[in-house]
Ligand binder design. Structure first.
Ligand code: S3P
Length: 434
């Protein structure tokens, strides 16, 4: 298994590439497919470590899943009440989405479960999910707020009206999954829009939900009816290549078949504000989720103060945005992004450390970062702290580097983008595993 990337300076990206399926949608396809009535055909599934953890957990609870090909699944739903007690604890690996959404899905069950994960996941906050679920009547214990999470059986949940204290699609989705099993109406309000894949998939599966600008609500006791899920390419994986295309020389560079749900594409807006030439060519006839080919040309970027309203819409894209910021003219300021501190790593601190190691002047802020632009990366050694997106972001820095960049602790790239090295090579990057 590759433990290190060595990214050699490159100058061009060219042609067209595809990125693997969306991680958020892949998790949800197996979770909802598993509790639906009927057979859910999933196409474009991301067979990464994170999504396979979700798949294994569903199998341990009695859901039969046929793997027709690496990206095609047939999920035989057992119905809302059909899951069975697993014989062991459920290991979610590195996957925050899996553990938090399963907390919602399992909090109303008549059997006990224990959810755990790897070293990184066992440091991440789970009370943000446990608290609202307890208000619904769930019996949940965390270990000092973190995994392992123990869920005791309950006979009923009740609906709640809950205002999320932070913008989090995982917390919102966990509550909505519990709401399916609760009596009465559950309403969740969010301080800012976050990804709405759960809501869209609920609607596709026949669940009636209400939505207005800041909230979503539904009545408990509804049935899910299996529906085909077509998973588009993951915008968050495409993001590395969008930035690569903006930084590199070369002709137009195209990333095909990418999910462009507007709750995910904040990076497009941010890059355009920075002066990037990015074009979205929407494909017609996509399913619940909009899909497009995105083309990008090399452009001189300029630093900006990233509008805080765009932060939740670009939440997973900041590591690679920081790489773009270092190459832009002038300063880039990111604020209102304290959520980055509780991702797979503390992405503000780990990125600041890596940027500094490669000679990029920056100032770490409690809720963001200030990055001096107009710089080139020196070669050197950085530690991704096991964070997949940080590893891939520094690989993109090789387009503006004066020497090889050695990136340590990259195994977790397999959690979201198992064939990153092949796709990067096809684009023209010179990154190899060691
Ligand atoms: C996700 C929501 C976001 C995101 C994560 C995936 C989801 O997390 O960072 O990668 O699939 O719902 P938060 O809800 O913690 O912001």
């Amino acid at each position: 298994m590759t433990q290190r990337f060595i990214a050699t300076p490159a100058t061009q990206v060219n042609g067209s590439i595809r990125v693997p399926g969306d991680k958020s949608i892949s998790h949800r396809s197996v979770m909802l497919g598993g509790i639906a009535h009927g057979v859910t055909e999933v196409d474009g599934f991301l067979a990464s470590a994170d999504c396979l953890a979700t798949l294994r957990a569903q199998q341990m609870m009695g859901v039969h899943v046929e793997r027709l090909s690496p990206t095609q699944l047939r999920v035989h739903g057992v119905g809302e009440r059909g899951l069975q007690a697993p014989s062991a604890q459920l290991d979610m690996g590195n996957a925050g989405t899996a553990i938090r959404l399963f907390m919602g899905l399992l909090s109303g069950q008549k059997f006990a479960t224990t959810l755990t994960g790897d070293e990184s996941l066992r440091k991440r906050p789970m009370e943000r999910v446990a608290k609202p679920l307890r208000l619904m009547g769930a019996q949940i214990e965390t270990l000092d707020g973190k995994p392992p999470v123990r869920i005791a059986p309950v006979t009923r949940l009740q609906g709640i009206d809950y205002a999320l204290p932070m913008a989090s699609a995982q917390v919102k989705s966990a509550i909505l999954l519990a709401a399916l099993q609760a009596e009465g109406i559950t309403r969740v309000s969010e301080p800012a829009p976050t990804r709405d894949h759960t809501e869209r998939m609920f609607q596709d599966f026949g669940v009636l939900i209400g939505r207005d600008a800041g909230s979503v609500w539904l009545a408990g006791g509804q049935k899910l009816t299996a529906a085909p899920v077509s998973v588009p390419g993951d915008f968050s994986s495409a993001a590395f290549f969008l930035v690569a295309g903006a930084l590199a020389g070369g002709t137009e560079f195209v990333i095909e078949n990418v999910g462009v749900n507007p709750t995910r594409t904040g990076l497009l807006d941010i890059l355009r504000l920075m002066g990037a030439d990015v074009r979205v060519h929407e494909r017609v006839g996509a399913g619940a989720e909009p899909v497009a080919d995105i083309s990008v040309r090399a452009s001189q970027l300029r630093g900006i103060h990233v509008p805080e309203a765009l932060v939740p819409l670009a939440i997973d894209e900041f590591p690679v945005l920081f790489i773009a910021a270092a190459c832009a003219s002038g300063e880039t300021l990111v604020t209102g992004a304290e959520e980055l501190r509780v991702k797979e790593s503390d992405r503000l601190a780990v990125m600041a450390e890596g940027l500094t190691r490669l000679g990029i002047v920056n100032e770490l802020l409690p809720d963001g970062i200030r990055i001096q632009g107009g710089q080139r990366f020196t070669g050197g050694h950085i530690d991704s702290h096991g964070d997949h997106r940080i590893a891939m972001a520094f690989a993109v820095a090789s387009l503006r580097a004066d020497g090889d960049i050695h990136i340590d602790d990259v195994e977790n790239v397999a959690t979201s983008f198992p064939d990153f090295l092949q796709v990067a090579a096809a684009a023209g990057l010179q990154v190899r595993g060691a």
